[in-house]
Ligand binder design. Sequence first.
Ligand SMILES: O=c1ccn([C@@H]2O[C@H](COP(=O)(O)OP(=O)(O)O[C@H]3O[C@H](CO)[C@@H](O)[C@H](O)[C@H]3O)[C@@H](O)[C@H]2O)c(=O)[nH]1
Ligand SMILES: [Mn+2]
Length: 743
Amino acid sequence: MKTSRESKNTISPLHTYQPLPLTTLNRAFAVVYTCATLALFYHHILTLIYSTTLLSIFLHLSLLVSDAILTFMWATTQAFRMRPIKRKEYIENLPSIVDYKDYPSLDVFICTADPYKEPPINVINTALSVMAYDYPSDKVSVYVSDDGGSMLTLFAFMEAAKFATHWLPFCRANNIVDRCPSAYFQSTHAHIRSYKTEEIKMMYESMKMKVESVVDRGSIEDEFITGEKDSEAFKKWTTEFTRNDHPTIIQVLLESAKVKDITGHRMPNLVYISREKNKTSPHRFKAGALNVLLRVSATMTNAPIVLTQDCDMYSNDPQTPLRALCYILDPTKASSDLAYIQFPQRFHGINKNDIYASELKRVFQINPRGMDGLAGPNYVGSGCFFLRRALFGGPLSALSPEIPELNPNHVVDRSIQSEAVMALAHNVASCKFEDQTNWGSKTGFRYGTLVEDYFSGYRLLCEGWKSVFCDPDRPAFLGDVPITLNDSLSQNRRWCVGFSEVTFSKYCPITFGVRSMGLFMGLAFAHLSFWPIYSVPIIIYGILPPLALINGVSMFPKVSSPWFYVHMFLFLGAYGQDFLDYIIGGGTFRQWYSDQRMWMIRSVSCYLFGFIDYVLKSLGISAIGFNVTSKVVDDEESKRYEQGLFEFGVASPLFVPITTIALINLVAFIVGLSEIFTYGNWENVFVQLIMSGFVAVNCWPIYEAIILRVDRGRMHKMVIFQSIFLAMAMYSVALFTLKSQKV
Ligand SMILES: O=c1ccn([C@@H]2O[C@H](COP(=O)(O)OP(=O)(O)O[C@H]3O[C@H](CO)[C@@H](O)[C@H](O)[C@H]3O)[C@@H](O)[C@H]2O)c(=O)[nH]1
Ligand SMILES: [Mn+2]
């Protein structure tokens, strides 16, 4: 039997991979580029040695530091270019390996944290999209973690449970591909009118209305509560109940063994969990929520495969779990060290040119492909199928959990609603359960940073596990993006706090990572964790050269000098390669343009602020938590986003440094140009002129928001005043120091 299976498998594999083209070229380019950077540093050092004034030393030292950081970051990106691969799965070959009814069970975790920032109607859409997977429904269990501890969310899920008994058979019977109801009803397929479609649509609309009206009112009308069991559940919200202080709530909304859909098929399990909270136990944010899900699900179903999902990321392809099975069940590979299969985060509703670079193509698509050819991609928090065993110790050193029921091999043989199971589930969801245990350090999702996803994946790979990047043409999951600049920058700021927490811990990728996984994997992880230091060179380059230009001071080699060409080569080489990666990865020129612009904007705003937040947090001056990104869309903002207009409306401090730099560079460019026209002395200031011009072109939306716009997304007066003040202050300092001496 085994041999026949294996021989069959050699003919029809479950998956294959291909190296990406350009790899050899990239490696060769890396060598040339390294030589050019060595030349640059030689030049920097020479200039420093021959500097005669303090000012000149200061300026050239700043450039040296900036270039050293940029070179370090460039070196980390080489890890992604060493061996990128692209994989392909053959789900049509699965039947030769395993029968449909014998598929391993799957526990899906969905996290939500706030009914007002994450509308429950969207959360249940995500849940419905995975409940309707092309997978034996009695093998699927969906566990929802509600960190908002909200009865509104529970109510939405009660409604979803009822609707699911109609939705799942409807999808099956009509071969629907968009299994997220809201996506389906917006798609053109749903416009093919049929009695059945109309009927299910009405059902969905009536559920949506109920859920939204409950959320708007903030309470549940009595008429909406049907059945004894539901009203019992809501009694747990006593007067003392607050989101940060309440007992565990576990509500089984669908039990597969007992509930059938309207056509008599079994339903998946659906369980609502709000873990216990109290003021004396640490919150641990999403990692804490995921670990509770891991334990509660262990007591109820203990599926060997676990899918983690953010509430804002619905499944866009019902066959996604089958793709994961292609790796998990691969008989040819001793897949004993496979920890997870990561699907990229892809998004819907991004505007044409992706003005905020929300797609994060590099982070979610290009870089993971590069890591896939090494030990595997990092974990990005959503759309990831884990082997449960991987969360319990290294591949060769399993850790035994505190109680045998949490062991990944444990078989649950009781009803998930039985008293014994419920008691155990409550016990493992309690705050106290993790005290003095390995949870968050060696077991489960790891604590200690706001980027629990990055850190958990990293630690697993350091333990010797491997991962796989699965990027099918039809996006497996689609998520929401922040549609205002402030939300987008705030999200990145939180990530930067998290990355700094990893960089400055004993697990720093450059030391611990390189030791555990080798140079390139260590560099790949360092690339993200060192993100915040981009702020140093970009701020220096954004301020010093234009201020020098305004004061007629030259900082770079003349155009006639050979060193000019070294600078040009390094700049164009890095930019050109970045551009090429992006276009080959399927992006357009305008999207790339937005991406590089946002890189600059982020560098001087959230990378800087994130790092400062981290410092304040480490000094104990302020406490920064997980600030959940809002998924609520304001109509006007959404319209402006569609038109491709930047949203500056709020008086966010994040906008001040960008605006200041925009002003300084615009003035510098004008002054520089006029000097050239007056004195014709262009050779000395050419580089600075081009740089300021480049910054100014990138800053167009900022000038537009200050001067031209009248809508509510225009730049806030406060930000304009602060920026002008800051720019003037810098100019004055420069005037006194630069003018007094010539460099
Ligand atoms: O205390 C918390 C805070 C957040 N969440 C959930 O975490 C998810 C992500 O939160 P979101 O505000 O959407 O953050 P993003 O920055 O959009 O998320 C990215 O970054 C996070 C932190 O690195 C990862 O966890 C996510 O998977 C990744 O998509 C959401 O489902 C939340 O409900 C919780 O369950 N508990
Ligand atoms: Mn999100």
